[in-house]
Design a protein around this ligand. Structure first.
Ligand code: SF4
Length: 357
């Protein structure tokens, strides 16, 4: 897809079979919220996320059971698994030995320089990358003292200091995240970081909140950065089923015309001319086509008079009113039928479209 966005060229790393940075597509990732040691529940959640299009998954590794579980989880899923470790370097090493495709650590809280060295040596031996993750809420005391608070400059200094530790050990398969829970600081921190490094960036607004505010914050934070060409992989963070995070991630990429993925529904807001129960029709179509990966633009419009014309760009569309349903392609009416069959006719047409694709 031709994009007007000029993306910053970063170094490329590989997380399992997914490339991040350079000219690789901007990938969508998420994190499980099951107990990682509950292998069945974790695998089941990852499979649901794979169906939604998730390309990289991160699991929390808070104990040795979780580190050990990575092995079985990996063998049951097909996307790369990143182990998220805090405080105990032994957990990081155990997770890598269990087959994790990547590590997410904060080198500042893993137990000192020697421990960082051991983790890095292990990652090198197993040829897996490390994400250095910095959060505004957990900056070093020395930086808080220097800057007064967790400013973007303090966050960038923290991140680059930790990256320096890894690079001093001749380790370069690194990506960085530098998240705050507010949009302004997230934007400022990533902009500054992007000026100072060519390492690939994992972009997100951390702890963005419940669905509604979380979607708005993430769309603004992630979306504005991507529009400026910053970001190589994204994670939308919501207090919600992680499947929703993946859906929102793809919606951001689709809205910016960075990637195509599955169905894009164009539906009108309805007005006094609306002749059908548009809300429930859109919901039904969305649900029926949620897992379908082939890109397609579908219009669902509230009246037969203005609907097709308003949705010229859609591949396929339906509209209804006064008992009649119509099917249109690229704004041209191709068929009329009883209004009750709107959803049925649309889904059959989508199937035909897929066969031809
Ligand atoms: S498509 Fe028809 S019902 Fe929907 S907003 Fe436009 S005029 Fe109103």
């Amino acid at each position: 897809m031709e994009s007007i966005i000029k993306r910053k060229k970063t170094r490329q790393i590989s997380i399992g079979n997914v490339k991040v940075g350079g000219d690789a597509v901007i990938s969508v990732q998420s994190m499980t919220n099951t107990r990682t040691s509950d292998i069945e529940a974790t695998v089941s959640q990852i499979k649901g996320l794979e169906d939604a299009g998730c390309e990289i998954i991160r699991v929390a590794v808070p104990d040795m059971d979780a580190a050990g579980a990575v092995k079985e989880i990996k063998s049951a899923v097909s996307i790369p698994v990143i182990a998220d470790v805090h405080f105990d370097y032994r957990l990081a090493i155990a997770a890598v030995k269990s087959g994790a495709d990547g590590l997410r650590i904060n080198p500042g809280n893993i137990g000192g320089e020697k421990k960082v060295q051991e983790v890095v040596k292990c990652a090198k031996d197993f040829q897996i990358p490390i994400r250095v993750g910095v959060n505004a809420g957990s900056l070093e005391k020395s930086l808080l003292k220097k800057y007064g608070t967790a400013t973007p400059e303090a966050m960038v200094e923290s991140a680059l200091g930790k990256v320096g530790l890894l690079r001093d050990l001749d380790f370069h398969d690194i990506k960085i995240s530098i998240k705050a829970s507010d949009v302004h600081r997230t934007l400022a921190a990533y902009r500054l970081l992007s000026e100072k490094t060519d390492l690939p960036l994992h972009v997100g607004v951390t702890e963005a909140g419940a669905l509604f505010p979380g979607v708005v914050k993430s769309s603004l934070g992630i979306g504005m950065l991507l529009a400026e060409g910053i970001g190589d992989t994204i994670r939308v963070s919501l207090t919600r089923d992680p499947v929703e995070e993946v859906r929102v991630g793809f919606e951001i990429l689709k809205a910016l015309e960075i990637r195509k993925h599955g169905v894009e529904i164009i539906s009108c807001p309805t007005c006094g001319r609306c002749g059908i129960d548009l809300f429930s029709i859109v919901e039904k179509v969305e649900k029926a086509l949620m897992k379908r990966p082939v890109p397609i633009k579908i219009a669902i419009m509230g009246c037969v008079v203005n609907g097709p014309g308003e949705a010229m760009e859609a591949d396929i569309g339906i509209a209804g009113g006064d008992g009649t349903g119509i099917l249109f392609r690229k704004g041209e009416v191709v068929k009329k039928f009883p209004q009750e069959k709107l959803v049925e006719v649309l889904l059959a047409e989508v199937e035909e479209h897929d066969k031809e694709a």
